[in-house]
Design a protein around this ligand. Structure first.
Ligand code: ZN
Length: 138
């Protein structure tokens, strides 16, 4: 089963402008900026209480974020759930008929192993599974 919502991902056109906007909205500064070169995205993270918001900016036209912005414009891009065993959850969800976007977990931002579920198989919601990478294996 999936755990708590780990973060909500929001696609933005201009990370710097959106960092300022979300700082004004949430009343806190982002706590990290991280580029995920393999996904052609630059991300920033905010904490609001127990919740995390991830802003995503495309670093290349090949980025899924660039395609998303082109089609749908800025807005909520995905919901990420915490999982304890990503491999087991991927197997379970595949059996349930969900379409996984990657066959193996990938390394995502914020020290996580991630896997995405195709929005077409989840009522239009792009779902991200994420499992914290244990510090020992770094
Ligand atoms: Zn995410």
């Amino acid at each position: 089963m999936l755990g708590k919502i780990e973060h909500i991902g929001i696609a933005v056109k201009d990370l710097e402008a959106s960092n300022a906007l979300f700082k004004a909205l949430l009343g806190v500064e982002h706590y990290k900026i991280e580029e995920v070169a393999s996904e052609f995205v630059k991300t920033s993270f905010f904490k609001a209480g127990d919740n995390k918001i991830e802003l995503l900016e495309a670093t290349s036209e090949h980025s899924a974020i660039a395609k998303y912005l082109e089609k749908k414009g800025e807005g909520i891009h995905h919901i990420a759930f915490d999982v304890e065993d990503i491999h087991a959850e991927m197997k379970r969800l595949e059996k349930e008929g969900f379409r996984l976007l990657n066959k193996e977990p990938k390394r995502g931002a914020d020290n996580k192993l991630v896997c995405f579920i195709h929005p077409k198989s989840a009522n239009g919601v792009l779902v991200e599974l994420c499992q914290e990478i244990p510090k020992e294996t770094e």
